[in-house]
Design a binder for this molecule. Sequence first.
Ligand SMILES: Nc1ncnc2c1ncn2[C@@H]1O[C@H](COP(=O)(O)OP(=O)(O)O)[C@@H](O)[C@H]1O
Ligand SMILES: [Mg+2]
Length: 253
Amino acid sequence: MSKIIVITSGKGGVGKTTTAINLGAAMNYFGKDVLVIDGNLSTPNVGIHLNSPEVPINLNHVLSKKADPDEAVYEHDSGLKIMPSSLSIKELKKMKPERLKELKEDFKKLGEYIIIDSAAGLGKEAISAMETADEIILVTNPEMPAITDALKTIKLLEEMKKEVAGVIVTRVRRNKSEMTPDVVKDMLEAPVLGSIPEDKCAQEALSLKNALVHTHPRSKPARAYKEIAAKILEVDYDSSKDSPSIWRFFFRR
Ligand SMILES: Nc1ncnc2c1ncn2[C@@H]1O[C@H](COP(=O)(O)OP(=O)(O)O)[C@@H](O)[C@H]1O
Ligand SMILES: [Mg+2]
């Protein structure tokens, strides 16, 4: 049975798209058939992250009934399947995010796990994505503004009777001024699925138009994303065995 997981946050710029792509890539690593849909119709980024900024048929065509869902699926070199949204301003004015939930069962036919990257905020677009979800993952940074917006999102999801699978805390710097995962958990009253460290490989992967799980597979963020995927998929994964070994380093040199 396929599952739709929606990645949302409240606050913008916290790492939703990076998480949607890398969680998808990490699930792929464990052999799952994953499709990442760009549900952020106003400012879509999935295609930009994965080398498909403009494609002939995209989610906008599907939402306006000009194409079938399977026609808007593209396979990235890494094997990850994506459904990009349009970057055009013309399409922006015509977008129909409210149709997302009507397509729920059609999306489910396109993979074992469907990950929807959503827009920031709590407007029509973000809510439409949430309505399509079987499970929701909240992304936040360990800072008060992001936590406050995440909390507001959780309250809204409670009203919508939507299940929050957990929270992913991204861009963690581990300095004294940021909140600890325990404080985040207490404030949000939701399970923390994992923490992703701040790392320059996120920008490097972006410039390589690929997921960091593929470009930097043994980096700390890649292993953290794999740990979260393993938790969701209930499979074993020992990140210490996946770490860069000193012998491997010398051998390569
Ligand atoms: N773990 C990380 N370490 C460093 N930079 C990150 C990390 N995760 C995301 N970023 C960067 O933060 C910025 C915002 O991330 P993005 O995924 O686009 O957020 P959102 O989708 O919530 O707007 C991007 O420039 C991205 O490369
Ligand atoms: Mg985004």
